[in-house]
Design a protein around this ligand. Structure first.
Ligand code: CO
Length: 157
């Protein structure tokens, strides 16, 4: 009887461990965002929502068009709404080799490389410092794109 009870509690402990492992992996997969850009200078969405409980978020940008990155390049840059226009302007001066992103600029909360048609890029960034009621804008900083290729990133409340 003693042995059965201890086996049972060992089984219970394993089940609890498995349950917690599985909830961690579910959460990690929910913290993956995806967006595409095309040859028409468009993202496929104007809103991205970070699920509740995410600390690190991975974002994958896929260019589903065919044009090269120096003609119709796309990236994904995250700033506050207040910093968006100034960072977009500064990005133009950074040039393609710097992915049109101002370097060492704290206003840039996250940014990807510039990709061309058929290419994809993934970044991981931490969202713990973002505020649930903050206004965050994502945009493509390729010259001439940010007026159209932009959207809102929200933290799920
Ligand atoms: Co673009």
């Amino acid at each position: 009887m003693q042995k059965t009870l201890s086996n049972l509690s060992a089984t219970a402990a394993v089940l609890v461990l498995l349950a917690s492992l599985s909830s961690v992996s579910t959460l990690a997969s929910e913290c993956q965002l995806e967006i595409t850009g095309n040859d028409m200078m468009q993202y496929n969405t104007a809103e991205l929502i970070v699920p509740k409980g995410c600390t690190d978020v991975s974002l994958t940008l896929t260019h589903v068009g065919k044009l090269a990155n120096n003609i119709m390049g796309h990236n994904w840059v995250l700033t506050t709404d207040a910093d968006f226009q100034a960072v977009a302007m500064a990005g133009m001066g950074a040039g393609l080799e710097k992915h049109y992103v101002p370097q060492d600029d704290a206003r840039v909360l996250a940014s990807t490389d510039v990709v061309g048609g058929g290419e994809s890029t993934t970044i991981t960034f931490n969202v713990e410092a973002l505020s649930a009621d903050g206004k965050y804008v994502f945009f493509c900083s390729f010259p001439g794109h940010w007026g159209v290729m932009k959207g809102i990133l929200k933290l799920s409340s």
